[in-house]
Structures are given as structure tokens and as C-alpha cells.
Design a protein around this ligand. Structure first.
Ligand code: URA
Length: 512
């Protein structure tokens, strides 16, 4: 028996319809509409609650829009023999509204939505308008759900678990007011790349293993069951984005409802930071902002700008330039220890900074497509950056990428050299100008002059290509296609070079 007919048969048998989500409700509603079953004849409920069995109040007997009066059901035929009504055409935007409202935790949601769609089928198209009584409620439900999605994006806090504990790497606890976990999970899939994470709520949990999203029930009872070892990482991040010069403590408290604060780890440090800000950090912040304004530039040799210091023993401790201070963490290279091809990018972006892995954000996804198109498995390539800390400037709540200067690129040679010495790649693919400057150890090179031309440098082949962000940024579709093709061809070339010995007379070491 199909789900559709079983919904109709259940109703005819006087049984309640238990639906566990929008898709099940939609299928049942379609079947009921086709059989002309009015809302007051259906009792809806949810299998989780068992109870909450609700029937819609009969829809108001009003004329529809444009004066169209609902057509009464033909009285003469017994229900079983009536012809089926064609499925109503539901515009996409209206269906999205219904889907959004279905996430709103009101006890009669399924009964209410059926009444709305029933009225739509009766040509009462005002039912979606805020001026209509049901329409006003529908719109309010949609608004509450969107607000909750927004809050969950903003207030969820991931904590890192010890590596030996295995995946997921990050975990978060949240108590949503509405059923927004699936769409919020999709948001974080797009934002966090391949790193694994779990979001737990009192009703359900989702787990992202880097490739697939898994649904689970209420497997965690509360935040105390989640390992909070990631809290220190989060607090470092929060301190780094906290700008005392822009602090308005009242607005900050107004914007975050008090019941949100209890699960925010930064709640522990905010009072002290607010106090510091009012005591003088705000002034310092302002001086710093003034100090960052452009003034006369005094040229200085990189060596003089970086006095000799003890070498850091690990990337995490690196203080070779000042970028560490504003980044969440250093992002090391990643890939097979003896990879034959090494990609060198510029510096980690926002997502890489949070995940601690190179090229996991949008540029990384483009790189994946380039590899797929060139027929090269990305997992065989060692992927790293010229600069290991994220350099950024604040723009509202966002952190915008800022190109590293030569001094910062040179400070980070130390780490790239270590990677080159250990991986010993046959071919280095320099992604963009910063990578090229870093690989060739000179600021006097341009991307244009080297694009797609292989050269030998310090025992490696070097192939220069565009940075994936350029392909994402370039406005015209034609230019995008062309740049993507250049990247694919460069990677194919890199692959061919694995088999080619250095030839005499081939464009040699730059000698600059
Ligand atoms: N851009 C880069 O250059 N590197 C990354 O890791 C991400 C974006």
C-alpha cells in the first residue's frame, strides 16, 4: 500500500496521522487533498510526542481572492468513488514558506499547515498574506524560524576534542527553540570544510565526518557530556577578534538574549575584557587604529626588520612575524610525507584559520575541482601555504583576507624550507603571485611572466599558475573559464614533469 493511500485510509478509519517531518507531512497532505478530505476530518500528531493530536478548526467559509468561492465537494458520490482532484500547483516560494513554518515548534503545526494548504487549494490565495488571519500566523512562524537559524549560526560554539579521542574533531551543544538543526548543519558543512564535527541538541544530533552528514537522535544529554578541551582555542579566537575600540557593552548585551549567554564560553572572559576596555584598552585600541593609518613609509631591509631570535621549535610557537597574534592558530601543510607534487598557496583563509587545515574553504573546493578535472587525486599532493597564519582585517563581523607583505613572506620561508627539505617534491605548483615570490625567494617576479612555464629552481620543477581565489573572484564568466583551464593545464603539466628529467638549455634557475 502506498504512503499516500495509507494516509487516506488511516483518516477514513478515524486514525490519527503521525508525521515526523515536512516530507512526510507533504506526502500525506498531497494524498488528502487529492481525495478532497477537509482539514476538520484529519487528526495530526507527531510520533515523538504521540500526543498533540490536533485537528484543524474548519477553515473560514469565506470567498477566496478575486471573489472565487471555494467549490463545495460533490455531495452525490460516496467518497471512495469521487474522481481524484489534480494536485494543486504550489509556487516554490510558498512551498518554501510552508517548509520553513514546519520547523516552528507549535503543537498544532501539521494541522495548521494542512488548513493553510487546503485553503490554497480552494483558491484562497490570501492565505499566505500577513493580512489574513492564518497568513499572519504563517508569516510569524517563518520569521521565528529564520531568527532561530540566524541565532544558531551566530551563537553556536565548537570546541576541539583531543586528537587521540578520534573524530569528531569539534563538538558543539545548542538548545534551539525550533527544529532548525538540519539547515544549520548544512550551513556548517559549507563553512567548515573537511574537518569533522558534531552538533548536539536535546532532541537530535548531527555528525559531519568530512564527507557525509549523519543524523542521530538525542545521543548527548547536555553540554557537560561534551569534551570542553576546545574551549581554550575558542577563547583565543574570541580575544583575537575582540576590538576594544569598537566596544559598546550595552549593545552587546542587548543583542544576545540572556538565555544564550549561558552556553557561550566567552561569557567567562567578556566581563574582564569589558572592564579592561573601560580602563584604557579602548584608548589603546584607538591608538592602534590611528597607528595603522597610512603614513610615510620608511624602507627597511627585511633582515633589519626581523632581529635574530631563537628559532621556534614548533609552528604553534612561531613569533617570526606579528601575524600569529591575530590568527586563531598556525596552519601547517598537509599531505603525504613524500608527495611528488607540492601546492603552495598564499596563506590560510578564514575557514582554514578555524579548521587548522589548508585549503578547506571555497578556494580549496575550487582546487578540488581543478584536481578532478586534471585527473590528479588531491590526496596525493602535499598542500601548504607561503605564510602559515591568517592575515585579516575586520569588516563588521567578518574577517577579510589581507595580502601578506614581503617581510611576512620572508619570515615564513623558514617553515616552507623545512617542508621542502622533508617532502622533497619533484614539482612545486605555485598558486598565485605570493606563492611564486616565496618559492623563488624574490619579490621581483610577476605571475604573468611565469604563468604555465615550467622552470628549474633549487632542484625542483616549478610551475606557476593562478590562485584559486582569482578564479572565484574574476567577474566575467569567460575569464573564469579561461583561468580555470589555465589551472587545470598547469596541473597536467606538473604531472607530466614528474617523468621529465631536467633538460639542458631549458629555462633554468632564475638567477635573481
Ligand atoms: N587561500 C590560500 O592561499 N590558502 C589557503 O589555505 C586557503 C585559501
Amino acid at each position: 500500500m502506498s504512503e499516500r493511500s495509507s494516509a487516506v485510509e488511516q483518516v477514513r478509519a478515524g486514525l490519527p496521522l503521525l508525521v515526523d517531518g515536512f516530507a512526510a507531512w507533504r506526502d500525506a497532505a498531497r494524498a488528502l487533498l487529492a481525495h478532497d478530505i477537509p482539514p476538520q476530518d484529519v487528526t495530526w500528531g507527531s510520533p515523538h510526542t504521540g500526543g498533540d493530536l490536533l485537528t484543524s478548526a474548519p477553515p473560514p467559509a469565506a470567498a477566496g481572492d478575486n471573489g472565487v468561492t471555494p467549490s463545495p465537494s460533490p455531495p452525490s458520490l460516496p467518497q471512495q468513488q469521487r474522481p481524484l482532484r489534480p494536485a494543486p500547483h504550489i509556487p516554490r516560494a510558498f512551498m518554501e514558506m510552508l517548509q520553513s513554518a514546519a520547523c516552528c515548534r507549535v503543537p498544532d503545526r501539521w494541522a495548521f499547515l494542512y488548513r493553510v494548504i487546503w485553503r490554497w487549494q480552494q483558491c484562497e490565495h490570501d492565505v499566505q498574506s500577513p493580512a489574513d488571519e492564518d497568513g499572519a500566523r504563517l508569516n510569524a512562524m517563518v520569521k521565528a524560524v529564520r531568527r532561530e537559524e540566524h541565532d544558531m549560526h551566530a551563537y553556536i560554539r565548537f570546541r576541539e576534542r583531543p586528537e587521540q579521542a578520534g573524530p569528531p574533531r569539534f563538538v558543539a551543544w545548542y538548545e534551539p527553540r525550533h527544529d532548525v538543526l538540519p539547515q544549520v548543519a548544512r550551513h556548517f558543512v559549507a563553512r567548515m570544510g573537511k574537518v569533522s564535527w558534531m552538533i548536539a541538541t536535546p532532541e537530535a544530533s548531527v555528525l559531519w565526518d568530512g564527507q557525509t552528514l549523519h543524523d542521530a537522535g538525542p545521543i548527548v544529554k547536555g553540554p557537560e557530556e561534551l569534551d570542553d578541551s576546545g574551549e581554550a582555542l575558542w577563547l583565543t579566537y574570541y580575544r583575537s577578534v575582540f576590538n576594544p575600540a569598537r566596544l559598546n557593552a550595552d549593545i552587546m548585551h542587548q543583542h544576545i538574549a540572556s538565555d544564550r549567554w549561558k552556553n557561550l564560553p566567552e561569557a567567562k572572559i567578556v566581563p574582564q575584557m569589558v572592564k579592561d576596555a573601560s580602563r584604557g584598552a579602548r584608548k589603546v585600541g584607538q591608538y592602534e587604529a590611528v597607528g595603522q593609518r597610512k603614513g610615510t613609509t620608511i624602507p627597511i631591509a627585511p633582515a633589519d626588520a626581523q632581529p635574530e631570535r631563537q628559532q621556534p621549535s614548533s609552528l604553534d610557537e612561531c613569533r617570526r612575524c606579528e601575524l600569529w597574534e591575530f590568527a586563531t592558530q598556525a596552519v601547517p601543510g598537509e599531505g603525504p610525507k613524500k608527495a611528488k607534487i607540492m601546492f603552495v598557496g598564499e596563506q590560510p583563509g578564514d575557514q582554514e584559520d578555524l579548521a587548522g587545515q589548508p585549503f578547506v574553504g571555497p578556494a580549496g573546493k575550487l582546487l578540488d575541482s581543478v584536481c578532478a578535472q586534471a585527473g590528479v587525486d588531491r590526496d596525493t599532493i602535499y598542500v601548504t601555504n607561503a605564510v602559515k597564519h591568517f592575515k585579516w582585517e575586520p569588516r563588521g563581523k567578518r574577517r577579510l583576507h589581507k595580502t601578506p607583505v614581503q617581510r611576512e613572506i620572508e619570515a615564513c620561508h623558514y617553515w616552507l624550507d623545512k617542508e621542502l627539505a622533508s617532502v622533497k617534491p619533484t614539482v612545486i605548483v605555485a598558486l598565485g603571485a605570493t606563492a611564486l615570490k616565496s618559492v623563488l625567494r624574490t619579490a621581483n617576479v610577476t605571475l604573468k611572466n611565469h604563468l604555465g612555464k615550467p622552470m628549474r629552481h633549487e632542484g625542483h620543477w616549478v610551475v606557476t599558475t593562478y590562485h584559486p581565489s582569482y578564479v572565484l573572484r574574476v567577474p566575467s564568466e569567460d575569464a573564469k573559464r579561461e583561468a580555470f583551464k589555465v589551472m587545470v593545464d598547469s596541473l597536467k603539466l606538473a604531472h607530466e614533469l614528474l617523468e621529465r628529467p631536467p633538460e639542458e638549455g631549458e629555462q633554468g634557475d632564475l638567477g635573481v
